[in-house]
Design a protein around this ligand. Structure first.
Ligand SMILES: [Zn+2]
Ligand SMILES: [Zn+2]
Length: 180
């Protein structure tokens, strides 16, 4: 909650601030998200306008997850832009176009939560061209680009390998594309 008393009813007035706030619970998706309590660094611009207060800025959020191809842990920081009008109760601005000011307080959390969830990749990867895992033994192919199994290949796998040559589209993404 931000106190906007000094901006209230003074169109044109502005304030910039930087804050670090602890991340709320469940910020993110099952595969990629912000650990609860980790620091969100916010750069915020508050601008008093006729209808209320316009809040905009950037949230830098730490993300933790798992590569969907090779299952390697991923840690990344993501910068997420947000902007929201917080309207005075009597402003006539529709509820679906703006948030409401609660007295002199403005609640950024729902806005930042929506912006972060929208910005998250559905399928996080450790790197864009992650080759995933070996279909046979589960080794991480990025660690071992020359990885292969001919020498000790089971005859049943050898037969399948022969088939795979005919059927060579270049999906090349590894077993993680299977629904789990
Ligand atoms: Zn990966
Ligand atoms: Zn292997």
């Amino acid at each position: 909650m931000l106190d906007i008393r000094e901006l209230s009813r003074r169109p044109g007035a502005q304030r910039k601030l930087q804050l670090s706030v602890p991340a709320p619970t469940d910020l993110g998706t099952d595969v990629f998200g912000v650990p609860e309590g980790s620091a969100l660094d916010l750069r915020i611009r508050l601008e008093s306008v006729v209808e209320g207060v316009l809040a905009s800025g950037v949230a830098r959020v730490p993300l933790v997850g798992e590569c969907v191809r090779c299952l390697e842990p991923i840690e990344q920081a993501l910068d997420v832009d947000f902007q929201e009008l917080y309207a005075y109760p009597e402003s006539g601005v529709e509820d679906d176009e703006a948030s409401r000011l609660e007295g002199d307080l403005l609640d950024l959390e729902p806005v930042i939560r929506d912006a972060v969830v929208l910005a998250l990749p559905f399928q996080p990867v450790c790197m864009d061209d992650c080759p995933g895992l070996c279909q046979i033994c589960g080794a991480r192919l990025a660690d071992d680009p020359d990885h292969r199994h001919e020498a000790q290949m089971d005859p049943r796998w050898a037969a399948l390998a022969g088939l795979a040559v005919d059927d060579s589209d270049d999906e090349g993404r590894g077993p993680s594309d299977d629904p789990r």
